[in-house]
Ligand binder design. Structure first.
Ligand SMILES: [Zn+2]
Length: 374
């Protein structure tokens, strides 16, 4: 097995140990009215809102990682064979991560069993093949144990959810962050059930299927950036199976999206969901400021884990040529100069962060000072 599985098992354990905390965070989220949550991913990233909620003049939390204009999550439903054979290699070749909503009851134990299924059958993949995909950074999300989530039986619904969670955690080594309703059949009551165990459920999506063309899909991607949205694509079959997309259409589109990496953040559904939740709950306060530094506190009421995904904080420093970011307890955070600002990747928490930077001018000045001192 690849070495990354060891690390993900550790994170699964972390999840396990903090299940109580996680549940209370989920309860907090679940208490937000349904309509608001549904509107949240695409709606609350207006610059004005951000200024009001999460930003002070010197520092702000970026709407999406890397301060990109929009985000996209590609989600593949039902665990079809061609998703493994055709879609995963395209994604891997471009270094993009996607989410596969799988149905554990249908996933096979051997490759031979998977190959024996009809094209387009649910779960035409083996656990080994799914582990191989997970090791490339793809997410295995919960699509219920057997593609069934009863409406009027909470005990049974809980069972269908947690059986799938447990099996995925056991086989893949990662507790599934995200969930997808069978047949996209959603309602507020079951959303509340689902969010006791998951960071987010897929509540809206754009179908990419047999009528897709690169032009249509690329225009959709452009809109996500232009409108500062989180677009969620839903794909089933490739070439064969339910509503199949042609692999070459998908390849052309994903290549285009990869070329627009500066504007679009392509990540798994679970990771973008973590980012969005943390961003919207972030409590940002500037504590101190000099000409070449700023100290801020980026705190959160959410439980860590699972809400320990780094947020991009954007520090206004138009002349900066190099930067360094440190927490009060001495940890160095990734800091980069980007498009006239500094980006610091920062997990929300109680430790203040100090960012210091250099400009052409102050570097020259410092050089002169040290010459004088000699
Ligand atoms: Zn499905």
């Amino acid at each position: 097995m690849p070495a990354t599985i060891g690390a993900t098992r550790q994170s699964a354990l972390k999840h396990h140990m903090t299940k109580q905390l996680f549940q209370s965070a989920a309860a907090l989220l679940a208490s937000v009215p349904f309509g608001m949550i549904q509107a949240a991913p695409g709606a609350v990233v207006e610059p004005k809102d951000r200024a009001a909620n999460h930003s002070e003049e010197a520092v702000r939390v970026a709407a999406f990682q890397g301060d990109r204009a929009g985000a996209i999550s590609y989600t593949f439903d039902d665990g079809l064979r061609n998703q493994y054979l055709l879609a995963a290699p395209i994604l891997n070749g471009l270094g993009l991560h996607a989410t596969f909503f799988i149905v554990p009851n249908c996933v096979t134990n051997t490759k031979a069993e998977a190959e024996a299924k009809k094209p387009g059958d649910m779960g035409g993949v083996s656990w080994d093949e799914l582990r191989e995909m997970a090791a490339k950074g793809h997410e295995m999300g919960n699509h219920t144990w057997a593609h069934y989530l009863p409406k009027n039986d909470d005990v049974k619904a809980e069972e269908e959810l947690s059986k799938a969670d447990q099996k995925i955690e056991q086989e893949i080594g990662v507790f599934p962050l995200s969930f997808c309703y069978p047949g996209n059949d959603r309602d507020p009551h079951r959303r509340e059930l689902v969010l006791r165990h998951h960071v987010e459920a897929r509540e809206y999506e754009t179908r990419m299927g047999k009528d897709a063309t690169p032009q249509l899909l690329n225009a959709w991607a452009d809109r996500q950036a232009a409108e500062h949205k989180w677009g969620v694509a839903m794909i089933h079959g490739l070439t064969e199976g339910y509503d199949p997309i042609e692999p070459e259409v998908l390849r052309a589109h994903l290549t285009y999206v990869k070329q627009h990496n500066n504007d679009l953040w392509v990540e798994t559904f679970g990771h973008v969901a973590l980012y969005v939740r943390e961003r919207d709950a972030a409590q940002l306060r500037v504590i101190g400021k000099t000409a070449q530094s700023v100290t801020f506190l980026l705190d959160t009421p959410l439980a860590r884990p699972p809400f320990d995904f780094p947020l991009t904080t954007v520090v206004a420093a138009p002349e900066a040529t190099a930067a360094e970011a440190k927490t009060r307890d001495g940890r160095t955070l990734p800091a980069t100069v980007s498009r006239g600002a500094l980006h610091v990747e920062c997990v929300p928490g109680p430790e203040p962060v100090t960012v210091t930077w250099q400009t052409q001018e102050n570097r020259a000045l410092n050089a002169r000072k040290s010459t004088h001192q000699q």
